[in-house]
Write a protein that binds this ligand. Structure first.
Ligand code: ADP
Ligand code: MG
Length: 217
């Protein structure tokens, strides 16, 4: 698949929303253990609002859709994660075309600048036990895949594997950013809640794009 259409991107986002909503209890449990306990409810609120928006509004261009996603998350979630997940979608929006589709390299540039924007906004780097520890490896794996093939299905599969591996690696990290940094050593052994959310989003993207393959456009 060399291009992803707005209609398909919308399906990927709906699938991500369902996964986040379903995993709210686990996200809450993690943030209760090593944060202030509000990550699951915040994410559920944001992705429920996102679902509603996607079901009610029509989008024609890739940049318009993804901008609306970021704005909705920012608006509905609040807290650190509202800004962070909103920024992941909005930071690189200029790299998405004002067209009904996008290709591999546009998606990579979009998310790669989104990742850089989260680093700037949150004054964090990967390695500090945050969602960046899943986002950065996801974007790196997508970039690598994109350089060897222009297939979006393959690229999103690589992104999902990168995000999951990064989330797993966050278990061994000691938190040095956000509220959970107060827990320091106690955070070792559990994954960062935001990294889990990020891996769920990329997992959903990979799962749903496979279902889109071969379907009529
Ligand atoms: P809050 O920290 O306001 O309670 P949430 O609990 O919703 O917000 O989100 C916590 C998650 O946000 C963390 O697990 C982490 O992944 C992410 N996070 C927090 N601070 C930062 C930061 N400065 N940079 C990147 N991600 C961060
Ligand atoms: Mg919290």
């Amino acid at each position: 698949m060399k291009k992803i259409y707005v209609k398909e991107m919308r399906r990927l986002l709906l699938c991500a929303a369902d996964k986040i909503i379903e995993k709210e209890p686990y996200l809450t449990e993690l943030d209760m253990a090593i944060g202030d306990g509000d990550h699951g409810t915040g994410m559920k609120r944001g992705f429920t609002a996102l679902k509603k928006m996607l079901e009610c509004e029509e989008f024609r261009e890739m940049d318009t859709l993804c901008k609306a996603v970021g704005v909705e998350l920012l608006k509905s979630m609040g807290g650190a994660s509202g800004v962070i997940f909103g920024t992941m979608f909005l930071g690189g929006i200029r790299y998405l075309p004002h067209e009904p589709y996008a290709d591999c390299s546009q998606l990579v540039q979009w998310l790669s600048e989104g990742e850089a924007s989260v680093e700037r906004r949150g004054k964090t780097k990967p390695g500090q036990k945050t969602m960046l520890d899943a986002l950065m490896p996801a974007v790196t794996a997508m970039g690598r895949s994109c350089r060897s093939s222009d297939d979006i299905v393959r690229m999103l599969q690589a992104g999902s594997e990168g995000a999951i591996q990064g989330m797993e690696e966050s278990k061994g990290m000691r938190s040095r950013a956000g509220r959970s940094k107060n827990f320091r050593e106690e955070t070792i052994g559990l994954p960062d809640p935001g990294a889990v959310s990020t891996s769920l989003i990329f997992e959903a993207f990979a799962e749903e794009i496979k279902k889109c393959e071969g379907k009529e456009r």
